[in-house]
Design a protein around this ligand. Structure first.
Ligand code: PLP
Length: 409
């Protein structure tokens, strides 16, 4: 290495520093489809870490549909949506997605994106531009997903929108801030299901607040879409809310088992985002075959199979909550398939993940900055493809690991 190549020296040093703080992350290569068993480095591991909550990522019907979609539409879209990339498969999908949320958002229209990250960037930066420079306020929950945080930061840099953070357990302080806010555009931004804690946002109360203070409420339901509500329509169905102030974000690479995301909102907001949502405008449209595959995924979610898969998930969640009571590790009030076990220190979380690996499990340690400092954890997630026996075995293994770690300290 050349002595004067300072950027490269910095990279070497910075990564060494992460290593020393036990914060270096490592990629692990999986050799199998996403399912409850994963082949990693030629070993078969029992995986409790994906977001494939309904177990659709390796579903034979979807595998058949993606092949059919490729025959119908080829493999690439070739351009962004506003040039020539907007296929009839995208249009079918957007209409179906709008019908999913239409009971909760009047005059609903949906806009499909290649990722949730992109949907969030577009929604936040685009909506804030409805107001003049410096005339918007954004209220963002402290534990929001990184893609929302980044969307808020970019929007604020572009438009000088004022940003306030709030604790989603303390809505009084949110109201106090809104009371003093004279900006014509106010946007409240929140995760529907908090991705690292698994608790559900109080959307009903938030909507009430949004209505009272003339704000928009943007809910990122990445972990609720497909999982919550009788038909899997997500948090709006579960909370039974209805308002044209709701900007709904669903992602399609988690419970829906494929890839992509969407914004669903009152049609005028969507029309505006098509005009001004830069990440939407300047990105190549997702392959239409993906949109085609998602149509079947939505049918599975809504239909009997989805109902049965959600029932299985709820059984797993109930058993976990009943049977993990022996553990002194901290848990969260989660009623979703995201069930964290919080160790606190990075070292303990890494030790637990390593012992789990030795016992044949794949459950990585989640450390800062993904979670707040001092709350490193195992983020355990369930899939409808897990059996009750799979779960009971995991609980027994965790029991032994907790004893080992506590014996060592
Ligand atoms: C995963 C996730 C996203 C990003 O969605 P992708 O489709 O993976 O880019 C956005 N928000 C939340 C809360 C998420 O968990």
């Amino acid at each position: 290495m050349s002595k004067n190549f300072s950027a490269l020296n910095m990279a070497v040093q910075q990564v060494a520093e992460l290593d020393a703080q036990l914060l270096r992350r490592k990629l692990r290569i999986t050799e199998s489809p996403c399912d409850t068993k994963a082949s990693v480095g030629q070993r078969e591991l029992k995986a409790f870490c994906s977001n494939d909550y309904l177990g659709l990522a390796n579903h034979p019907k979807l595998i058949a549909e993606i092949a059919k979609g490729a025959k119908l539409y080829g493999v690439g879209s070739g351009a962004s949506h506003l040039i020539s990339g907007h296929s009839i498969a995208h249009d079918f999908l957007e209409k179906k997605l709008a019908s999913f949320e239409g009971k909760h958002i009047p005059n609903a229209r949906a806009l499909f994106f290649s990722t949730g990250y992109l949907a969030n960037m577009s929604a936040i930066t685009g909506l804030v531009r409805l107001a003049e420079q410096g005339e918007a306020s954004i209220y963002s929950a402290k534990l929001n997903h990184a893609s929302l945080i980044d969307g808020v930061r970019l929007a604020s840099a572009q438009t000088k929108a004022k940003v306030s953070l709030f604790d989603h357990h303390d809505l009084i302080s949110l109201e106090n801030k809104l009371q003093q806010d004279t900006h014509p555009l106010k946007l409240i931004v929140i995760d529907g299901v908090f991705s690292m804690d698994g608790d559900i946002a109080p959307v009903e109360k938030l909507l009430h607040i949004a209505e009272h203070y003339d704000a928009l409420l943007m809910v990122d339901d990445a972990h609720g879409f497909g999982v919550l509500g009788e038909h899997g329509h997500g948090i709006l169905e579960q909370a039974s809310v209805h308002s044209e102030r709701i900007i709904y974000i669903g992602t399609l690479g988690k419970a829906a088992g494929v890839s992509g995301a969407f914004i669903c909102a009152e049609a005028h907001f969507i029309e505006w985002l098509i005009q001004k949502g830069r990440p939407y405008i300047y990105s190549t449209a997702t392959p239409p075959a993906i949109a085609h595959t998602l149509l079947t995924s939505l049918e599975l979610i809504e239909g009997d199979e989805g109902v049965a898969r959600r029932k299985q998930l709820h059984q797993l969640i109930q058993i976990w909550r009943d049977e993990m009571t022996f553990s002194s590790w901290e848990k969260t009030p989660s009623s979703t398939p995201i069930q964290p076990v919080i160790m606190g220190s990075n070292a303990d979380a890494l030790a637990a993940a390593k012992l789990l690996d030795e016992a044949g499990y794949w459950i990585p340690a989640i450390r800062p900055p993904t979670v707040p400092v001092g709350s490193a954890r195992l983020r355990i997630t369930f899939s409808a493809n897990h059996s009750v026996d799979d779960l009971r075995e995991l609980i027994q293994t965790l029991k032994m690991i907790e004893q080992t770690i506590q014996g060592a300290s």
